[in-house]
Every structure is written in structure tokens, then in C-alpha cells.
Design a protein around this ligand. Structure first.
Ligand code: ADP
Length: 316
């Protein structure tokens, strides 16, 4: 049984299907990413996971029980970080955290220690006494995150927490997410920054036009996209043996594309990490001297666009 499971979620707005049979599973203690172009259905899915919107059809299960029939099973352990700032401008950062702590039922003396802990996490310990309207936009965003997490929720939902903020605040937010996850929180995360999703998320679901087009870890998405990995092996220019290597590599890896010029051999393949030492062994066995090795692994951005474009072509 999964920690959180979305089963065949459907949501229609008039004729638009914002979600069309969307399913995915989130394991406890992981960071789960939702990616997709504008209008893909990310916000709709996030609102449903937050128990703020009911689907027309489908189920969301938390430890096997329906959060649609019974939102109260999830809400006390949920921290929702919205994009909009929900802070009192005339109160200090600390007073805002005290306010949200009371809303979530965190009592003294726990509240004081929790405020210090969460302020440290988002890098605002030295600004706690300052009024919110004196803080920068990025600091307000960090304080907003701290307010949403004051009750130490086990499940944290973050909707584009880093959009449009300065690099320093972005860095604090990313490291806070890593720390929260290391302490055991399960995190559901959306962002337009694909590099952030790549560095943070254990599993990613890609939505497009209300449907899941792929779901898995980066390697699973890469396989599904068909984007391959490349290793370039630079040869020793004086080596007499270098011209005979292609047939040997091809014989060892028939599923790979192998090309060679006078200076290098290029192998385009899948599952490179499991093949790397075997490829280099072929050179060694044939006494071909290797001067340098370069590995080109596709990043998540390349994989993502390949999946989205293939899907768009199939649909047209
Ligand atoms: P994303 O967050 O990926 O940009 P959304 O979940 O906001 O996508 O929207 C998915 C689709 O549903 C879009 O076509 C959007 O226009 C439509 N939609 C979302 N919310 C509403 C609403 N309240 N009323 C009408 N249409 C909506």
C-alpha cells in the first residue's frame, strides 16, 4: 500500500478536462515532483492533494483511506505552502509565526523552540524581530514557508515556492526542502525550474493536457523518452591499434551506435553506468590506448522536452 495514492482523478471545467484519469503513487519520505506546461493540470492536482478541491471522479488515498470522504485524516499532518503570501505586514516575523503556530494548535513552550528551529531552517533567525514590510520579497517568501511548516507537518505540499525570487532565497529554500526531507517529511513539489526538480525529486510525474504522460525516477523517464547517453573516448593519436576498435565495441554492445574518427570513438547507448567499465575493458583487451573519457548524460530538461514533444506529435 502506498503512502499517498491518486487513482483515476477526473476534473472537468465545462468542456475542459483539467484532469483526465490521473493516477500516481507517492512513497513515504520521498520528494515527489509534478512537472508540466501551463494548463497541464498541476494546480488542480495540488488542490486535490491538499483536500481543498474534490475530483468529479477518482480517489485519493492516504494510507489506504479516502481523503475525499474524510479530509480530516490528512489535514492535521499537512503543510500547504501556497505561492500567495499570507502574512501580516505590520507584525514582526516572529509575531506572524506565533500567529500561525496558534492557528495550527502549537502551544508554548514548544512554539518558541519551533519558531527558532524553523527560522534557522529558512535563514531568518536574525530578522525575527523585524516587521514583515521591511523584509525583501525573497525573505517574505521564506517566512511564508516557515509559517506553513510551523506545526512540523509530515506531508508538505509546495506550489512553485521559488518562482520569481532572488538566488540567495532560492538557495535557502532548496536547502530547507532537503533538510525537511532528510528529517522524514514527504514533500510534493511543483516548479517551473526543471533543474530544481531534478536535484530534489526522487520521483516525478509529468502532466500534459490533463494526462500523465510519464512517471518515475529520472532513469525511468529517460528510458521512456528514448533519449540516449553518450560516451566519447579520446584515443592516443600515436596508437597503431586504434583503427580496429569499432567492430569489437559493436560486437560487445549490439544495441549501441558506435562511430569513430581518427581521434575518438563515440558510443551512444542506454544504461551507460552499467556498461561503462565493460566498454573500457574492450579497449584494454584490444590494446587500444585511451587518452580521455567524456560522459554526456541527458539532464531532466532534455528528457522532459523529449517526452512532451513526442506526446504532442502523437496527439496532433
Ligand atoms: P497548471 O497548474 O498546470 O497550469 P491548471 O490545473 O491550473 O494547470 O489548469 C488545467 C486546465 O483547467 C487549464 O485548461 C485551465 O484553464 C483549466 N482550469 C483550471 N481551473 C479552472 C477554473 N476554476 N475554471 C475553469 N477552468 C479552469
Amino acid at each position: 500500500m502506498s503512502f499517498i495514492e491518486a487513482r483515476s482523478l477526473v476534473k472537468k471545467y465545462h468542456k475542459v478536462k483539467a484532469l483526465d484519469e490521473v493516477s500516481f503513487e507517492i512513497e513515504e519520505g520521498t520528494v515527489f515532483g509534478i512537472l508540466g506546461p501551463n494548463g497541464a493540470g498541476k494546480s488542480t492536482a495540488i488542490l486535490m492533494l491538499s483536500t481543498l478541491l474534490k475530483p468529479d471522479e477518482g480517489e485519493i488515498l492516504y494510507n489506504g483511506s479516502s481523503t475525499i470522504k474524510n479530509p480530516g485524516i490528512l489535514r492535521p499532518i499537512l503543510g500547504l505552502v501556497p505561492q500567495d503570501i499570507a502574512l501580516y505586514q505590520n507584525l514582526s516575523a516572529k509575531e506572524n509565526l506565533e500567529f500561525w503556530g496558534r492557528i495550527y494548535g502549537v502551544k508554548e513552550p514548544l512554539l518558541t523552540s519551533r519558531i527558532s528551529e524553523i527560522a534557522r531552517l529558512v535563514g531568518l533567525s536574525d530578522r525575527l524581530r523585524d516587521k514583515v514590510d521591511t523584509l525583501s520579497g525573497g525573505m517574505k517568501r521564506r517566512l511564508n514557508i516557515a509559517a506553513a511548516l510551523i506545526h512540523k507537518p509530515r506531508v508538505i505540499i509546495m506550489d512553485e515556492p521559488t518562482v520569481g525570487i532572488d538566488a540567495q532565497s532560492r538557495k535557502y529554500i532548496i536547502s530547507a526542502i532537503k533538510q525537511l526531507n532528510a528529517e522524514g517529511s514527504t514533500i510534493i513539489y511543483t516548479s517551473h525550474y526543471i533543474d530544481e526538480v531534478e536535484s530534489l525529486c526522487h520521483k516525478i510525474t509529468i502532466l500534459d493536457r490533463g494526462r500523465v504522460i510519464a512517471c518515475g525516477n529520472k532513469e525511468e523517464l529517460r528510458r521512456k523518452s528514448g533519449v540516449r547517453e553518450k560516451i566519447t573516448i579520446e584515443l592516443d593519436s600515436n596508437d597503431e591499434n586504434k583503427h580496429q576498435i569499432i567492430p569489437e565495441v559493436l560486437a560487445a554492445f549490439p544495441d549501441s551506435e558506435v562511430t569513430q574518427d581518427d581521434r575518438m570513438v563515440e558510443v551512444v547507448t542506454d544504461e551507460l553506468s552499467t556498461k561503462l567499465s565493460k566498454i573500457l575493458n574492450v579497449f584494454d583487451r584490444n590494446n587500444v590506448k585511451v587518452a580521455q573519457v567524456n560522459i554526456d548524460k541527458p539532464n531532466l530538461e532534455k528528457i522532459y522536452f523529449s517526452l512532451i514533444e513526442n506526446k504532442a506529435e502523437a496527439a496532433d
